[in-house]
Design a protein around this ligand. Sequence first.
Ligand code: NAP
Length: 248
Amino acid sequence: MTGDLLAGRAAIVTGAAQGIGLAIARLLHEHGAGVALLDLDQERAAEAAAGLDGESKVLALGCDVTDENSVAQAVERTVEEFGGLDIHVNNAGITRDASLGKMSVDDFDAVVNVHLRGTWLGVRAASAIMRKAGRGSIVNISSLSGKSGNPGQTNYSAAKAGIVGLTKASAKELAHKGVRVNAVQPGLIRTAMTQAMPPEVFAEREAAIPMRRAGEPAEVAGAVLFLASDLSSYMTGAVLEVGGGRLM
Ligand code: NAP
């Protein structure tokens, strides 16, 4: 799928070295955006960036989304390279699953830090640039786990539900400045994150999906492309579910 929906636009995707983030970076790039791929490990981000086909520029940056300076520097570097920032996708994520009785405070803090603090730092840094330009689209990756709550994921479900609140509050603050903020809630998607699940748990979850299959990273990227582009110009504070009909 290629096109010019995002010709001349500049985008950042966090956690873009693999999985859903890489699929998003690839699709935005195929649609004409210059894309900065951010990940913890700069070398893995650079390898991922080298694999993208397309005319527009790519940039690979090491960035820890939980670190205020690291996020600020990555946004600054992207703006220097591309001359602006039109699209910012907060995608980086981790899981540290355990039942309440077994989950450590460190596991709780790590997950909330990456998802909630990381997304907040990204929204704040990107919107500072976008509100001056009078336009921009921010897309936050939540999860259906934040809608329904998953056992063993009290940390992750709390953080992903928090991302919905953050999305709506920042959408209200930024709408009159021309900056839109929306969220996507993927269901069960085939990536390294879900490959870590025991196969019988994966199969059980898959069987409960009305479409009877897990999703592919590119299918989440399609929803992000829509929210990033002017096709969704009258949408802000929205939460799109990409879950094959799960939990509707
Ligand atoms: P993934 O394959 O594990 O990729 C996540 C990426 O984020 C990795 O490259 C990881 O780097 C990076 N990352 C982790 N911590 C970071 C940090 N502090 N700063 C910058 N980058 C960091 O996961 P995925 O399945 O593609 O998930 C992407 C997003 O979709 C996450 O927000 C996830 O919660 C959400 N989601 C996924 C599913 C699913 O079924 N897969 C469902 C709903 C929502 P390292 O590998 O070096 O740690």
